[in-house]
Design a protein around this ligand. Structure first.
Ligand code: ADP
Length: 274
């Protein structure tokens, strides 16, 4: 314990020293950890506090827009703009709340066997319904009954984020293919699009909070730059590995590998042989 009665957390590193010695380096990271906890709490509290005023503003704007009073064109324009900005802020606050829940491991305890195939079928059903006047060609290939251990709520938000990005960043009439397949131990989830692609220099930064390759494009699509940060935390909770493949010019593929929860083999009782 440190003098101010906080848990002391040390980061230890072993390094070769000369030809036959080893150096042990210890760094006190407890202050960094405490600052990180304060940052997370701050973001969670602010987001939470913003929800109520946003709901009130939205309520009043909707009331004005639906009232029978004839509004002058400039007021109609102003209310439409306020409504769209409030929705944007609302989405951002929702994403911040989801991020702080995953960062603080709120859902992690609720673990169960999740049928990823069934979950993805239901996500695709919603997506195809929303894409009824087709903007894109969306195809899927889902192997049934692939299961992992985890939290369904978190997994849904991770898979949905990746599919929603492919749809948002691919220009109209693009092709998006979603697949869920398995090898002996692993499950492979993949979302491939023929959108603008992502340059190599940006790929490593995509899961950082608020990182967006093209801020104005992302703003147009309603993006907050938090989606892939959420995906990263969810995958940490599920030992999932994300790889992003793109030549930076045409199309990207987001792939996640999970370890499959295999059905227990029926145990065979030994048979006595005379
Ligand atoms: P956002 O809310 O801005 O979409 P994300 O964290 O989900 O935030 O994604 C971060 C950035 O990665 C996006 O702003 C976009 O620039 C880029 N990106 C994500 N998916 C794709 C994709 N399929 N094609 C091209 N760019 C993408």
């Amino acid at each position: 314990r440190s003098p101010i009665n906080h848990e002391l957390e040390l980061e230890l590193r072993l390094m070769p020293y000369g030809s036959d010695q080893i150096l042990l380096l210890a760094r006190d990271v407890s202050k960094l950890r405490r600052l990180e906890v304060m940052r997370r709490d701050f973001v969670a509290n602010v987001s939470h506090e913003l929800k109520t005023p946003l709901t009130v503003v939205r309520g009043y704007v909707e009331m004005m827009q639906s009232s029978n009073t004839e509004l002058a064109p400039q007021w109609q324009k102003a209310f439409t703009s306020i409504a769209s900005q409030v929705s944007r802020m609302d989405r951002l606050v929702d994403q911040l709340l989801v991020l702080s829940r995953v960062e603080n491991n709120i859902e992690t305890e609720h673990q169960q066997t999740v049928n990823l195939s069934a979950l993805l079928f239901s996500i695709m059903e919603d997506i195809l319904w929303l894409n009824q006047e087709p903007q894109h060609e969306i195809v899927h290939n889902i192997t049934p009954d692939l299961k992992i251990k985890g939290n369904e709520h978190e997994l849904k938000s991770a898979l949905l984020n990746i599919i929603a990005n492919a749809i948002a960043y691919t220009p109209a009439r693009g092709v998006i293919s979603v697949s869920l397949t398995a090898t002996a131990q692993k499950i492979r989830f993949s979302v491939k699009d023929n959108g603008p692609g992502i340059q190599a220099a940006h790929i490593n930064r995509l899961t950082e909070r608020f990182f967006r390759v093209d801020k104005s494009r992302s703003r147009d699509t309603g993006g907050s730059g938090l989606g892939l940060a959420i995906v990263k935390h969810v995958l940490n909770h599920h030992q999932g590995e994300l790889s992003i493949i793109s030549d930076g010019k045409s199309g990207s593929e987001f792939i996640i590998h999970f370890t499959q929860e295999l059905a227990a083999k029926p145990s065979v009782a030994p048979v006595a042989v005379d």
